[in-house]
Design a protein. Sequence first.
Length: 270
Amino acid sequence: MSKISVYIIAYNEAEKVSATIESVPWADEIVLVDSWSTDGTPEIATKLGARVVQVDFKGFGDLRNQAIAACSHEWIFSLDADERCTPEVENEIRAITQDPAAVDAYWVPRRNFFMGRWIKHSGWYPNYRQPQLFRKGRMQYDLKPVHEGYVLDSTHPVGHLKNAIWQFPFKNMSEVMHKANRYSSLGAEKIVHKKISMGSALAHGLWSFVKHYVFKLGFLDGWAGFVIALGNFEGTFYRYVKALEIQKGEAWKGHESAPPFRKSLDLKNN
């Protein structure tokens, strides 16, 4: 019988990681790939039977490749610390991994819970990241710092699971803002080679809002849909502004050429 490794990537996820690990008790191996958390995440995982591997964070692509390398079994199921496997997905995974005709990688739909409701639109359902169920040796990730892509070594198309895992992406609005700030900084590195202006940053941000709120029917998700669209505007806008800041370098800092603070106040008072 084919065995299954589950890997979970985490950093300071003490409030979430227990539920994630407890959602996959059927796995033959659970590997927590941690980047030196300071809130007790590794200790919690160890107590629940997971094997903890510490990896310096150099981007999500590298992190996931190291997670694959740490897995021991033929099949790998990837979970993030804010995701939960359901019994329906467990049954589907068991059937796939024991099927001789199974393909090498599968998309797994995700159902998101946000602001007290299950999101049905806004590009959040069903939404997918990289294929989350795959044979070891058949898939790896590129080295982009964020929104990493995948490279499939297979002649078969990627399959689809029918059932969805659950995702609880944010516990509060502070987490929404923190993630937008972190991901916009990482994403800026991917677009720094482009021609960027403040006008183009605003245009990209506005398009992101319209895409999620109008074309992806976010308005049907109530205020949660508006917040999701607004968050996409902010994340996109600041990603481009941060890339522009990198391009401008010292020209945007100005602190070396500015007059001393005391002197500037004296000039203003006179």
